[in-house]
Design a protein around this ligand. Sequence first.
Ligand code: SAM
Ligand code: SF4
Length: 326
Amino acid sequence: MIIDKFNRIHNYLRISLTDNCNLRCFYCMPDEDYAFTPVSKLMQAKEIEAIAKSFTGLGVDKIRLTGGEPLIRKDAADIILSLSKLPVKLTLTTNGTRVHEFIRMFEDAGIQSLNISLDTLQPEKFLLTTRRDQFALVRKNIDLLLEKNFHVKINVVVMKGLNDNEINNFVTWTKNSPVHVRFIEFMPFSGNRWTSNKVFTLREILDTIEKDFEIETLPAEVNDTARPFKVPGHLGTFAIISTMSEPFCSGCNRMRLTADGKLKNCLFSKEETDLLTAFRNGEQLAPLIFESIQNKYASLGGQMNTDFEHLHAGEIKNRSMITIGG
Ligand code: SAM
Ligand code: SF4
């Protein structure tokens, strides 16, 4: 088992398949011109499988594929099928634009749950946020997943002045659809123009919802990073991921592998461990994995030791979100 200094058992690995994407969400892509990692520097399909096996051998039983956009990788289907044979619960976070091409293979791979990112229910705002006119396609693909009985979580990054006025429309969506909306506080990453006044907090989200709905708190699972709620009588639920205003690091069980094969022990870790080069050199990965997790900080990569209101994005050393894998 992979256990850190704070007795947190790490059984959940997120693997980024690529730092490339077919959308251009301004809060995720860095501001400056960004050169995507050349294919030779990315983990190849067989390398992903082998490195994932090193983790499952150490007790990892949940893998989430992410990116960038995982489904734009040409060999995404091969990777998904190979990982589905491991003793893990396999899930995926996607922007939803390619779901219709993959839905059959998701079923073949035994995938039951997916996270789809959708920050707005308005086509024009979708275009403004992602710089691509794909709202109708994403929305249709969500319906397709629901028709096929997938468990669908909708990731909504809430940004003050952009989409905080749509929170209750998302909650209304949960009335007749079994969608599980997850409101995510806007987080700072390299080049994403984060400022503390754009964060719409857990408290503000709950106050907004309580104006229109009665809220019931649902029991959270041990390693849950999201606080779950529902409106009584609604088919779906909603949850809030309050990384900035009320971080939830004490139950963290996550590790992240970037598309170029670097292990990050936290979304906000400065340090990375190069597992891909070690693997290509024939080294054992287990000691490197243990060492990385032993060095994990109690919270937020040891980087945010102040209230988020006093935080300056420039002080945080990290990659952009698209190169980490959310
Ligand atoms: N392309 C896929 C997608 O959009 O779902 C997977 C990768 S994306 C980096 C994973 C998640 O991170 C998405 O739900 C996205 O909204 C979220 N995300 C990206 N930048 C963020 C930020 N600055 N703050 C909070 N969440 C962010
Ligand atoms: Fe692409 Fe997802 Fe980032 Fe948007 S959030 S740019 S869809 S990786």
